[in-house]
Design a protein around this ligand. Sequence first.
Ligand SMILES: [Zn+2]
Length: 624
Amino acid sequence: MSSPIAQPISIPPDQFSLEDQLATLHERPEDSYGDVLFVMPNNNKHASPRLTIPLPSRIWAHSALLAVTYSKPLSRLGDIYSSLTYAEGYYVDTLPQRSPCNLPYTIVVVSPENDLVVRKLVAGCYRPVVIRNLWEKMGGKREMLLALDEGVLLACNSVKPHDTGIVDGDILTMGTMDDGDRDESVGSWTTRDNLFQGDVTLKIEGGSVSFSMHKFLLDLRVPYFRTMFRSAFSEASMNEHTLSSEYFTPLSLAIVVQYLYFDDAELLFSWKWTDFARYLNSTKCSSDINAPSQDIFDIFIDALVSAKFLQLESLEWWITNCLIKIAHGFACNGAQCARFLPAIAVMGYQNNIADLYRPCISWLAKHSNISFLWKRNMLSLPEELKADLVDTVKARLTVSNVIPLYLRLYNLRQNTATSVFKDDWEQSLVGPLLEYCAEFVSYHFAEPRIVFSAARGIHHKPPSTTYNAIEDLFSLVLANLNKFNAAPIWRGADCYTKLVASAAIVEQLNQAVISWFAQNWRDLVVMQSSSGHPLSGSRTGFVTFNEWPDESLQKLSMQIKVPLSDLKGLGATARSFELRKEKWLEKCRIMEMNRLMRRQECLKVRDEDSAQFSSIVDTHVDYQ
Ligand SMILES: [Zn+2]
């Protein structure tokens, strides 16, 4: 059974996916750097013949995407004009000189026989696979992997910085050329390579890294750039953007770029950790898949910082989901998960992703007993999370897991005694947990599961660590001894005597318990009719003497030399207890009555006050 939090969080909402974003772009390409306008023939075959359409319908498109899907020159589809020369040479007031993005564009006046071809072509342009192909044609993958292979991202040399003159210039010169010329020489699609260079360069300040990208894609996918491009500031029209090294590393920028074109950045990780994809798709730790190295988290953190800077929510989702997959959906208890989860919790906490750190902490608490968990990376958890972890472990403590956990933590304390992290361990995790374990044990001291685990520990003769641990536990339990846990401790001591009578610590335990009862048995008699301690609960039972089995009570009475009738509150001393109890109850009654009287007086004063107030208001109103 997996708990509800063990489920990976939901996949990114639809509007984040590349496919859906492209669908919206296809609907309104002119809003986002569309640079080709198909003027469709004015013969709508499907429309009624009587219906006359005053203007050709128009279809906007993006030249780079067209170039990927249509390898022939655009001139095959119709006559090509530049928006600038077209407007000059022809009287067409219906076509703007510049696109809505304020850039010159190419006009293709589609010949009637190509009507359907163009419609299909444009529809096919706006698919994720086209964007991916565009990326391949840009040489992006090769460049990125090459750069990563050297350990440092180099500037992508083959992707030259964008020269704004080239594309626009070509469009200008082809205005009135013959079809033949256009096909072979300077026709628009012979400058295809330029289309595959992107039109915006992203750089990191002070670094040599730069990526050439497509402005329409940045505008489509990255809120940060959408705001910038559409602003009135000069940055809007710049072709090069320098990003602060405070928010970007070469690799994090590479991840962003890869993500924008692929909707996925797995490729980059797969390069560094060959089994990364296999690890992501596995559901539990296994020895035949190599886990990624721990520094993967640094890369994720960098990428998350960059994604936040760009307000690229979808990449944040992607990273979060990757991390949940690395944590095997919080549904595995393998050694690799034990190693990764503290790091994932830290990351989630620092970036305020509750979907990450909450399940991590409950996982850590749930598996607090597995041996490979209590490693140094636990110390990297922020204080709040450590406190959270301690609370969650406490809440999960049961009679069956408390002794193993106690022994594990006791061992940890011994092992870290000489470490420089000794205080860290002691203050935030080991100290509070050991203390609580002992307190828990003291209230459940006679539970068979606790007795048998502890007795097994006592069988390890001194000077074994396990024996020492149990000895330490017993002394903590005795230090905790009070009238609420005295009964289970007495019965527990009895069990140990039967199981391992010869052990010195059992003898010490018995002595201490008997001397406590000899001194404090009266408290338990007084408690007879009062309610128990919340921690003792109904599970332990037998908190007060009248709940004890006769046999046990007789034994106690012999050991502490107090008559049985006294223990039952019926003997010679009983009357004085009854008197004390009566007195005490009387005191309570008086206190309660006083409290009620005080309260009534308060209410009376308040009523008088409000009456006085309303009368003042009334007189005030009268004067008006
Ligand atoms: Zn696992």
